[in-house]
Design a protein around this ligand. Structure first.
Ligand SMILES: [Zn+2]
Length: 454
């Protein structure tokens, strides 16, 4: 039937169509990246012939979402329809956007259980889904995944960009505004790729974000978001000072926009970025950030800032002040009973104990936290707590345990997708510690600090 798809020469003048074989491979995630992109591009052009083929294969192949999901979706639509009559919103435009966002999230809920490559055909088949609410939902959904399944988060952000041409620019205020939306999507994609350790890809996505932002209206708040993504990238590759310089540009934009809270958030981010390199400077940023922050607007950020404050007081050799902050923040920690926050609290307690000279106690706390961190698959945190634990053993005068512990940790780090620079720094550290095993424990502190700064 259809001609096979030639992806090498993307000759759009010559009309080609999807072959059944290629589309089945697409659904089975058995295509090259170039083939995958070509399939997506062609489907988003809404070629009627190929959409017919897609509908048929998806229906017969059992790729379509199940009856239960479909029924749930219909129920969603009924519930949402009742909103239309409600007088919840005063002016018409915000009401329309709020409603669209709700529907977008309902569509995403239906897409979520599907395999990544089933999602595109599912969207194409439903014309009533082609609105910006779905786009916005696809930019929010990755945040749910980025910690536990970074690749899934990348796929979702990529999907938002893949289907971009389905949305009507007029509905967001024209072509220029739509370009801003595309820029935002690229900065989300950059963040997701960075989390998935695809640093090259993150770099490319940031460049795309800037390109679209410049072609668009160049909304300053959108620009600030791109600076955030850019700074996070710089910090990930160890360029902390560069990251802070970039964040200062975001800070200037928030100042111009007269948004005190976002200035506070940015100052706190600057502090977090610089924390292990220049703790004293970091403390100044965080204190200034806390003055500007509105805790009601972002309660979790208020906790993160207090946490960072205690952490960097420790790093700056001021453990007593760190203990005071830690104690004052306990009620705040109790408001966030999730595992992640509680592990951060215990980790901090281990560091404060270490700072106060209770090395054996610090080692006990850190060992327990490390065990619980292990299955969570956060490579960088796992690396950092391993450094903390090794140092606690050394300071407790137990060099043999420290060295044995390093040896046991290395294969775990090798097996993870930790960035190769971090890994080689770790290996160099392991060797250096062995060579200096007879030195006074306190003389080894710079070795640990250098490793943390990586
Ligand atoms: Zn076609």
């Amino acid at each position: 039937m259809s001609q096979p798809l030639r992806v090498a020469s993307e000759d759009m003048a010559k009309p080609w169509h999807l072959s059944e074989e290629l589309f089945r491979r697409f659904l089975d995630q058995n295509v090259t990246p170039a083939e995958g992109r070509a399939v997506v591009r062609h489907l988003v052009s809404q070629c009627p012939e190929c959409l017919g083929l897609v509908g048929r294969i998806v229906a017969e192949g059992g790729y379509w979402f199940g009856k239960e999901v479909a029924e749930g979706l219909a129920e969603h639509d009924r519930v949402l329809a009742s909103f239309e009559d409600a007088d919840e919103f005063t002016s018409r435009e915000p009401r329309r956007i709020a409603f669209e966002r709700l529907r977008g999230w309902a569509h995403w809920s239906a897409l979520d259980p599907l395999l990544p490559n089933e999602r595109l055909p599912a969207i194409l088949a439903r014309k009533d889904w082609h609105h910006w609410g779905l786009f916005r939902a696809l930019l929010e959904a990755p945040a749910w995944y980025s910690a536990r399944d970074p690749q899934e988060a990348v796929d979702i952000a990529q999907l938002a960009l893949d289907i971009f041409d389905l949305f009507d620019p007029a509905a967001v205020g024209g072509e220029a505004a739509a370009k801003d939306m595309r820029a935002t999507a690229y900065s989300v994609l950059a963040a997701c790729r960075r989390m998935a350790s695809d640093l090259e890809g993150a770099r490319t996505a940031i460049a795309e974000a800037w390109k679209w932002n410049e072609e668009g209206e160049g909304d300053p708040l959108d620009k600030a978001e791109i600076y955030y993504a850019d700074a996070a990238y710089a910090a990930t590759i160890g360029e902390f000072e560069t990251a802070v310089t970039i964040l200062k540009k975001a800070l200037a934009l928030y100042r111009a926009a007269n948004d005190l809270h976002l200035q506070g958030r940015t100052l706190i981010r600057m502090g977090e970025t610089l924390g292990y390199v220049k703790p004293e400077k970091a403390l100044t940023y965080i204190e200034r950030g806390l003055e500007r922050l509105n805790p009601v607007r972002e309660p979790r950020l208020a906790l993160l800032a207090q946490h960072a404050l205690a952490e960097f007081l420790c790093a700056a050799g001021r453990p007593r002040e760190a203990l005071a902050i830690l104690d004052r923040s306990r009620p705040l920690y109790r408001q966030f009973p999730d595992e992640w926050t509680q592990l951060r609290l215990h980790w901090l307690q281990g560091r404060v104990a270490h700072g106060l000279g209770s090395f054996a106690e610090a080692a006990d706390i850190l060992r327990q936290v490390r065990e619980e961190l292990f299955p969570l698959d956060h490579q960088r945190d796992f690396l950092m707590i391993s450094i903390d634990l090794a140092e606690a053993h050394v300071r407790a005068g137990d060099m043999a345990t420290a060295l044995a512990f390093l040896e046991e940790t290395t294969p775990i780090l090798v097996g993870s997708n930790l960035h190769r620079n971090a890994l080689s720094t770790w290996l160099a550290f392991q060797k250096a510690l062995e060579e200096r095993r007879d030195l006074e424990p306190a003389a080894l502190a710079p070795l640990f600090d250098n490793l943390r700064c990586y």
